[in-house]
Design a protein around this ligand. Structure first.
Ligand code: ADP
Ligand code: MG
Length: 251
């Protein structure tokens, strides 16, 4: 499907199951999911509480492995990796955004954004340069020396987004990113996601808010561990050449 134009998919789930417990107490949290997400897509995942969204996100984020089935992240079969390799691929290929920001307390915005690059072995000077550029991109250049306590919720989430994109991951994975924000901050975050998507980035966003989903190019609904609907709103454009080059070098 479009493989010539867009290259290998970022996410490729085939026959994925995740069960908890056994016997009468067994829970089929993810119950046979096939899902392909192409580079440059912007996908919203919706569904009632208990429908399996978080379990699926944990699998996509390499925080958990399927009980059965195959998951290729940017061409790599995650099942074949040990724990250390999984955390490495997670750090290299995925930027996470959480409902409660998960910033390090009493630490400046700049340090929070520099942190993931420390793990990646980037030099101090280069870390600073890239972190400042990412904070500028999210509109926080004047606040780089502020700690989390000195920032509003919306500003903290923008720091978290800067932290998520600073390593140039192939996938931005967000779990209820606007769940703790007021409507003004929500709009700011959605604007940022729109810009990142327009720049060719790949986004998967869990949300129960229709407004958030309406910004996506594709809306997937989950029910009882299965995908109950998969609706495309906007076609996936070919990534701009610069991004294609960058992601090619990183892999
Ligand atoms: P959602 O994020 O859509 O609310 P979840 O993925 O958290 O759904 O949960 C899907 C189902 O799996 C639910 O029935 C939940 O109770 C169950 N579940 C999730 N995690 C566990 C776990 N660690 N142990 C047992 N059951 C679990
Ligand atoms: Mg959940």
């Amino acid at each position: 499907m479009n493989t010539n134009r867009l290259g290998r998919p970022v996410i490729d789930l085939r026959g994925v199951f995740k069960t908890y417990g056994e016997g009468e107490a067994v829970v089929h949290a993810v119950d046979g999911v096939d899902l392909t997400v192409e580079r440059g897509d912007y996908v919203a995942v919706m569904g009632a509480s208990g429908s399996g969204k978080s379990t699926l996100m944990n699998i996509i984020g390499c925080l958990d492995v399927p009980t059965k089935g195959s998951y290729r992240l940017d061409g790599v079969e995650v099942r074949l990796l040990n724990d250390q390799q999984q955390s490495k691929i997670r750090n290299r290929k995925i930027g996470f955004v959480f409902q409660n920001f998960n910033l390090i307390a009493r630490t400046t915005a700049l340090s929070n954004v520099e942190l993931p690059m420390a793990y990646a072995g980037v030099s101090g000077r280069e870390r600073r340069r890239r972190a400042l550029a990412a904070l500028d991109l999210v509109g926080l250049a004047p606040r780089v020396d502020h700690t989390s306590a000195e920032l509003s919720g919306g500003q903290q989430q923008r720091v978290a987004i800067a932290r998520a994109i600073v390593t140039e991951p192939v996938l931005l994975l967000a779990d209820e990113p606007t769940g703790a924000l007021d409507s003004h901050s929500t709009d700011e975050v959605l604007d940022l996601f729109d810009n990142l998507s327009a720049a060719g980035r790949t986004l998967v966003v869990i949300t129960h808010e229709e407004e958030v989903a309406s910004h996506a190019k594709r809306v997937i609904k989950m029910r009882d561990g299965m995908i109950s609907s998969d609706r495309r709103l906007v076609a996936v454009a070919a990534p701009p050449p610069r991004l294609r080059q960058t992601t090619g070098r990183a892999s």
